[in-house]
Design a protein around this ligand. Structure first.
Ligand SMILES: [Zn+2]
Ligand SMILES: [Zn+2]
Ligand SMILES: [Zn+2]
Length: 188
């Protein structure tokens, strides 16, 4: 029987987590895993006790500024940092863990992941960096030895295959990759 890998298993759970995001800009989910056990989850949005981003909680996100502008005024916590902070809050070790995240972490979340002792990052979608940030980013990945895995193609193929059977909604930007890549599709 053809079944999904552990990486796909946890990454799909990260997509389920992203559905709880309250940010008007983008929906991201992250899952921290130690020895195949989920020790923390996080999605992006405003801090606890603050009105949700979609209720106007974050002025920057609700402004019509372009993507990436005024990020230092954004009060939304990123999915990855939320997962790391919740692990701290509830006393779960992140040392040696893997973080599964729907989007490649930003530089800030990469720094925090390294400092939290996370050794592997598995992500699906890309994140837009400027050229200079990308250089620092790649240097940091290399120096720290953190492992980056992008499993988007296989994941999307499987998600589309399942979606076609379960009538799930798949965003159009994800829907552009051909179903032919899906091993599960060939198995049917
Ligand atoms: Zn927001
Ligand atoms: Zn914001
Ligand atoms: Zn981030």
């Amino acid at each position: 029987m053809d079944r999904i890998s552990w990486d796909e298993y946890f990454l799909r759970i990260a997509y389920a987590v992203s559905a709880r995001s309250n940010c008007v800009r983008r929906q991201i989910g992250a899952v921290i895993v130690n020895d195949k056990i989920i020790t923390s989850t996080g999605y992006n949005g405003t801090p606890m006790g603050i009105p949700n981003c979609f209720d106007g909680g974050c002025k920057r996100c609700n402004s019509d500024g372009p993507s990436g502008a005024n990020l230092d005024e954004c009060i939304c916590i990123h999915a990855e940092e939320n997962a790391i902070v919740f692990a701290a809050r509830h006393g779960s070790s992140t040392s040696g863990a893997t973080i599964y995240t729907t989007n490649k972490p930003c530089l800030g979340c990469l720094k925090k992941s390294i400092q939290a002792g996370i050794r592997r990052v598995v992500y699906a979608e890309q994140y837009a960096y400027t050229k200079s940030v990308e250089e620092v980013y790649n240097w940091l990945v290399e120096e720290s030895g953190i492992e980056m895995s992008n499993i988007v193609r296989k994941l999307i193929a499987h998600m589309k295959w399942i979606a076609s059977r379960k009538h799930w909604f798949i965003p159009p930007e994800i829907g552009q990759i051909s179903l032919d890549a899906c091993p599960a599709n060939r198995a049917v």
